[in-house]
Design a protein around this ligand. Structure first.
Ligand code: SF4
Ligand code: SF4
Ligand code: SF4
Length: 309
């Protein structure tokens, strides 16, 4: 019997959907085993279609994106109710994603920037009719509902998605590796002391040697080894988009402490090297960091404006 599967999109770029479509002909291996009951990115499903499904009737639910609006929260809770196995699909869903960086500004300021002050805005007004309203903070979906599988990546690779779907269909366990991108990277690493950090446009990196040893901020040492080290293999530093391996609790804190140990630089030099430390060290997972959780916790809400104390 085909397994009923639902794909939900919350606030996101929908790039994780692309990773699924990028399976191309390999989709044919799994499609006969799937009965798609909700996938608004591809078919004109309405929210009422999801609501009308009996609770627990969806075998596999995939949630892409994070909760920026109250409607996102509603869809996430519905997906949990309807799905027997729920997958946090992509770093937005697992950790809050790039949009979690917005937590460093007050919501009112974000709304002003988006709808009033952006240079390309011609009709300066904050929409109020027929819109769901924002939540105050992005928090990881995993802090809102229980997930059965975490599938990080921005986006996860097509291989990651394929392996997860096959594991779910066959009942095999699907565990994340406790390894790092460095473990998958073929470059020679000597763990030199770093005297200066360079941007990627500065100089031409040696394709054989570790990018970090050459002074490029490559975060492979603190990032889960799950993507095949695709950026360093293309001569680009890892930005950490898959988040940390399971044994590292706070991605950015680990990066900062490691940099403190390997950088032969004063605190001032390090500060000047990284004018955007939050964006540099928590590219897709700031919302999952201790500091973001403490900030949200101090406000006394769970990100949606309702007092939870
Ligand atoms: S995890 Fe990355 S690719 Fe996937 S929806 Fe979020 S921003 Fe897009
Ligand atoms: S280039 Fe990056 S991923 Fe490769 S060994 Fe160096 S730090 Fe690790
Ligand atoms: S190498 Fe790093 S930035 Fe590139 S895809 Fe892998 S985890 Fe993401």
């Amino acid at each position: 019997m085909a397994k009923r599967v639902a794909f939900a999109q919350l606030s996101s770029c929908w790039g994780c959907d692309q990773a699924l479509v990028d399976l191309h002909f390999r989709l044919l291996d799994v499609l006969p085993d799937l009965e798609v009951v909700y996938w608004p990115a591809v078919v004109d499903y309405k929210l009422s279609d999801l609501k009308s499904l009996p609770d627990g009737s969806v075998h596999l639910g995939f949630v892409e994106g994070s909760c920026r609006t109250k409607e996102d929260v509603h869809i996430l809770e519905l997906m949990r109710e309807k799905s027997r196995l729920l997958v946090a699909w992509g770093s937005c869903s697992c950790y809050g994603g790039v949009q979690g960086l917005a937590n460093t500004w007050p919501l009112a300021q974000l709304v002003q920037r988006k709808f009033i002050k952006t240079e390309t805005v011609t009709d300066s007004r904050v929409p109020e009719e027929n819109v769901p309203g924002f939540v105050e903070y992005i928090i990881p979906n995993t802090d809102r509902v229980r997930f059965d599988i975490i599938l990080p990546g921005c986006p996860p690779t097509s291989d990651n998605v394929y392996d997860a779907v096959v594991a779910l269909l066959t009942g095999r366990p699907f565990d994340l590796p406790d390894t790092t991108v460095c473990d998958e990277c073929p470059r020679e690493r000597k763990e030199k002391r770093i005297k200066e950090f360079k941007r990627t446009y500065q100089g031409r990196p040696d394709p054989e040697k570790c990018l970090l040893d050459q002074g490029y901020l490559c975060l492979g040492f603190a990032t889960i080894g799950f993507c095949g080290a695709q950026c360093p293999k293309a001569n680009m530093p890892c930005k950490g988009c898959f988040g940390p391996p399971p044994s590292i609790r706070d991605h950015g804190a680990k990066i900062i402490s490691a940099l403190g140990a390997i950088a032969d630089m004063s605190p001032e030099e390090l500060e000047n090297a990284f004018p955007d430390p939050v964006g540099s060290f928590y590219f897709t997972d700031y919302a999952a960091s201790y500091i973001a959780k403490v900030s949200a916790g101090n406000s006394g809400d769970k990100g949606d404006g309702e007092d939870r104390r």
